[in-house]
Design a protein around this ligand. Sequence first.
Ligand SMILES: [Zn+2]
Length: 423
Amino acid sequence: MLLEDIRFLVTQDEERRILTDVDLLVEDGRIDEIGEDLSAPGERIDCSGKAVMPGLVNSHTHAAMTVFRGVSDSKLLQGWLEEEILPREDRLEGEDIYFGTLMGIAEMLLTGTTCFNDMYLMEGEVARAVDHAGVRAVLSYGMTDEHGMREPLEEVERLITGYKDHDLIEPAVGPHAPYTCSTEFLRKAGETAEEHDVPLHIHLSETEEENERILEAEGKTPAEYLDSLGLLGPRTVAAHCTHLNGADIEILEERGAGVAHNPAANLKLGSGIAPVPGLEGVDVGLGTDGMASNNNHNLFEEMKFASLVQKLEDPREMSAQKVLDMATIDGARVLGLEDRIGSLEEGKRADILTVELSSPELSPVNKPEDLISHLVFSFSGNVSDTMVEGDLKVRDGELTELDIDEIRGEVEDRRGRIDGESA
Ligand SMILES: [Zn+2]
């Protein structure tokens, strides 16, 4: 497939080059060549009025929670979790998770996300949905042994051995959080991730209350505590990190752990704001978190939030380019996928989105710098085309494979059942 006459190609390469009037050739799911006047047989997309950029990377979400969108909009995290979410999660069936995930994936594809890092219950159902939709994902069971052992480590081993050779799925280990897992369980989870050499995905220092609980129980901050158990390293993806002190940041830097920043969910649950400008030596990606605390999967919107929450303190912080990096190449690095995705360069996988530039919200765009600002601060996120591994999943703003009416019907029925039982 040839993307031809691209008006702006946002490469997100080392020099953050934006090329104009070039072609991009996709072959065998990879970016084969970028250059002028390329020719190739097969399908062509006229990109003379479009920006072409890397597919976005959502570094922390719980896609199946799309089925809970909007259940509670005005509670603190602890009440939200214990009164609204956990009782509903107890009633979830496998198919609820499958269709909830498909709805989340549909939304992600329509807003340009091609890869997401997920943690949830019955993650095998999430994997089935990801495989069906043909998107890229890092998948882990959200494990806890405090609310009853919800996902035993044998299930995790099954996910890892079942998907370790899959083209698009990276299995991972996901102990839910320092406050929902026992010390011994956390240690075992860390050993499992190390043994299989897969990512370790965990919530960390999401709220002040979490910090106080861990400090009281362990005499350490959550970051110090996880570090003492050997859980912080280059394979770690630590979600939130809204309450880190200077010593915690040094630990993350030294260990090479990555952070997934979720500004919308942190604002909505009143959890706090991660000190992103202070995390210069740490890889930081961008996540939406689940749909009961955001409430959408639109990473364009998330980029704007990530910038604005820091600009309140200092408007010179968090440029459009910086947050675009977080949603692309930096997010890929957090997930250990930077050799494959996150930028548009020859040899990388063809995870690509295109944006039609004729809409008023993207005008005027006279030079490349205008474009990056518009994409972050003005664009709604409704992309024109989305490609994963060379396959077009969205074409001219429409899903090419997923049947959105069927998925919506299933999700509405299932939500009705789940809410009905909670009345
Ligand atoms: Zn989360």
